[in-house]
Design a protein. Sequence first.
Lengths: 167, 792
Amino acid sequence: MQVSMTVNGEPVAADVEPRTLLVHFLRENLSLTGTHVGCETSYCGACTIHLDGAPVKSCTMLAVQADGATIMTIEGLADDGELHPVQEGFWERHGLQCGYCTPGMIMSGAALIASNPNPTEDDIRHGIEGNLCRCTGYHNIVKAIEYAAATMRGDTPAPAEWEEETS
Amino acid sequence: MTATLSALGGVVKRREDPALIHGRARYVDDIKLANMAHAAFVRSPYPHARVTDIDASEALAMEGVFAVYTADDVRHLGLLLAQITVVNRPLLVDVAKHAGDAVAMVVAADRYVAQDAADAIHVEYDVLPSVTNMVKAATNEILVHDGMESNVILSWEGGPFGDEEGIAATRKTIAEARKRDDTVTVSIEMRNQRLLPTAIEPRCVLADWNGGYSRFDLYSSTQIPHALAGAVAKTFGLPYNSVRCLAQEVGGGFGAKLNVYSDEMLVCFASQKLHRPVKWTETRREAANSTIQGRGWVATASMTGTRDGELLGYELTGVCDMGAYTQNFTAAIPFLGVFVGSGQYKMPTYIKLDCVVTHTMTTDAYRGAGRPEAIYYLERILDAFAREIDMDPADVRRKNFIPNDAFPSAISPIGFAMDTGDYATNLDALLAKADYEGLKAERDAARAEGRLVGIGLSSYVEVCGFGPSGLVDLGFSWSEYGLPSAFNGNGVVRVHPDGTVTCVIGTGPSGQGHQTTWAQIISHHLAVPIENVRVIHGDTHESPVGIGSFGSRSAAVDGSATWMAADRVRDKAAKLAAHLLEAAPEDIRFADNEAHVAGSPYHKVSWSDIATLAYQPHRLPEGMEGGLEAAVVFSPANATWPFGTHLALVEIDPDTGNTQLLRYIAMDDCGEVINPMIVDGQIHGGIAQGVGQAMFEEAIYDEDGNLLSASLMDYLLPTAADLPSFELDRTVTPTDVNPMGVKGVGEAGTIGSAQPIVNAVVDALSPFGVKHIDMPVRPKRVWEAIQAAKGA
C-alpha cells in the first residue's frame, strides 16, 4: 500500500505491506533508527514519537494508519543542531545510562512539558509512567525534565545534586 | 550532600550522551549490512518434550525463506560452551528441557517473513513428565536430564568455605549456642523469587562470515565480547583472531548479556552456510523465555543470639533453581551468595545451598548475582531476631559488626579475606542522615492514628571487583571458551604523534559510562584534556584480552590496569620531556597538556612535542626505544568488599494492602569515587531493581511449565510513578588492593535494597503480629497477611 507522510519536516512516500508497523517503517524504510523497539505489547515506550504533535507509541500503529500525518522522531527534535531543552536536560542531569529508552523518554518528556509547562515531580512521574527505564531508577530522568521545564519557562534550573555537594 | 569529591576530577558530563540523545547511537539492531538475512526461532511450548516430527515444507516453500535448520544440522558444533560446565545446552534441541528451548531456526529475507515461516513450521512433540518447582525437583521424583542420578547438581557449603573440619566445628558451635537457656533462635523459610533481568534493549546479534578470509565479524549486544569471540572461535575451529566481536552500544545488561548464547552460535552457523550476514533480534517474549533469569531460591534462615543482642550463630540452608541447563556462571551464582553470606558480622555462620535443575529457563547472574539473595536472608532474619528480643535492629547490627581493627584483610566467618571496612561509621552516618530517632517517632505517631507505617533497615557487604588471577583455581576463567585469561584487568594507553591519547580496554559496558570515566583516569594522570582522549571498548580486535563488564569489576580492575599503563606512559614521557628540556626526568611535571620543569613553568614542551619525539627515533637519547604506549595486565591482591546501609520508609493502605514507598535513604561505601554523578546513577538504578524485586517483579512458571510473566504487561517493572526520589550519601573507605582505591558500585544498590523494604513492610504490619511476608509484597499478598493476622 502507498503511504505518504511528513517525517521530521521532510515529505516521504513508500509502498509498504499493510501490516508494517509504523516503528518498522521508520527504522527499516527510512533508516531512522533512533526510535527503538523494546517490547511488543506497547508497554515500554522506547518507540515513542510525536504524531501530529501528540506522543504516540509507534509500535502500536501501522504505517498505513499514519498516512498523511506529520511525524517527529528523536532525530528531528534538535533544531538545526541545537539541542531541545529536554535533550539538554538529559545530558546535564545524567538522565540516561544505556540510552535505549532515552529517545522515547525524551519524546514523552517534551510532550509532557508542552501540555504542562510547570510540572511538579508527581506530574512528571505520572507523565512518563508509560515509558520504562531499567538503568536510572527514573531519579535523574525526573531531574532532567525539571531542568528542561525550567529552561523552557525561562527560569534558572535548580542546581544539580552534585553541584549542591560541592558548594 | 555527599561527603567527598572525586579523586579524579569529579563530575564530568558523559561523552556517550550526544549520540544517544540525538538518536544517532548505533545498537546492533540499527546496523544493516548488504544482503543481510534475518533469523527467527521455533521454540518448544512444552517444558519437557521429545520432538517426533518437524515439517518445514510449507515454510521452505515461502518466498524469501533461505533455510530451516534443526538439531541434526548443528549437532557437529557440539554443545553451547559455558564457563562452569555441568549440564550444557544443545544449540538446537530434539528433546526440549524448558518452554522456549529452540527446536528450529529459520533464515529469511526479512524479519516479517522469518517469523511467518517460523509460524508455518509444524512440530510434533511427545510430551514428557516435567518438574518446574525446585523443591519438588530436589526430591528427584522426575529427573530433568536422562542419565543423571539427581537433579541436585552441586552443593556449596561454608564456612569456613572448603574446610570440612572447620564446618563441622562451626555447626557444633551453633548447635551448642541454640541449646543454651539464655539464647533465642528465630527461623524463617523465605522465597527469593525468580526475576527477569529485562534490559530494555532486547538481545540482538548479527554475524557476517567472510569466506575469503575465513573470518567472522560478529556484532552482539553483549557484556562479554571477548568471551563470545573465544566461544565462536572454539565452536567453529577458528583461530581467536579470526573472530572480531563488536559490542559498541549495548542497551542495558544487568547480567542478561553476561552469557554466551546458542543464538549467537547459530547466526554464525547460518551466515557461514548462506554466505550472507544474518541478524537475529530477540522479541520481548523470547527475552523472558530464552535469555537467562535471575534469583530463584527457597531457603531457611536461622539466627541465634542472646537477649541482649549478641549473635552467636547464623544458618542458611536451601535450594537454588538453576533451570534446565547451566550456562556461563549458572552453578556458581549461589557460591557468590556463600561468599558474602555472613555480611558485616562476626557470628559463626554455616551456609549450605543445593543447586537444583528444573524444566525451566536457565538462571544465571542478574545484577548482584547470589549476593542480593544471601544478604536478603541475612538481613531479614537479623531483623526478625531483633524484633523477637525487642531491641532496635540498628543496635543489633552495630553490636555484631566485624570491628575496624580487624581490617585490612579481616577474615569473614565464611573464611574469606575482606579488604577494608568501617561499618559502624557508615551505619551511624545513615542513621544521622535519616534522623532515625525522629523517623521512629513519626512512625509511632502515625501508628497511634491507626496508620500502617514501617521503617526497614539493611546493612550489606558485596564482594566484587573480580578479580585476583588466582580465582582461576576456583574454576573462574575463560578457558572453556578457549581463552587463557583469568579475571585480570587490562588497559592499553597509546599516545599519538599529535599528543592525543587512545585508551583501549576489554570491558563491555552497557550504560556505565566507560567512555567518560576512562577519559577521566587518563586525563588526570597525563594532564591532557579529556577531549584529547579516545576510549575504545567492545572490539576484540583492538584489545589483546578482555574480561567484560560484570560483577562491579570494570573500574577496580580494568580501570586500575589503565591507571598503571598511564603511569608507565607518563614515566617515559617524562624522560622524553627531560631530553627536550635538558632537565632531569624526576624534575618534570605535567599540567595543562604540557610538561614543564618543576619550579620553572615557562620551561615547557607540549604533549605533541613529546609524542613527536617518541616517533622520531633518530632524535631519541641513546638506548631509548621509539613509541609512547603501554599495555598492562593487572591482577589485584583481592576482590573488593563495598558495603553500605539502606533505609526504607513505607506506608500500607489497610483496605487494599497497597504498599507505598515514601522515602528511600542510602549510605553506600564503594571506596574512592571517580565521577560522583555516574556513581550515584549506578546506585539509583540498582536501588530501583531491588525495589522491583521487593514490590513488583516475579517470573512465574505454572505447573505445566508455562512462563506466565513473559510480557511486560505481566512482568511488572517499577515505573516512575512507583518510586520516590532517592536520598543518597556516601562514606569513603578506600580499598588497599588497587592503586586508585576504588571498589566498584554497579551492583551495590541492588544488594542493599530489597530487604529494607520487606523489613519495613513487616514493621508496618507488626501491630497485627505479622512476622514474615515473602516478596514481592504486592497488594493481594499484603492484604491477605493482614486478614490472616486479624483472623488469628
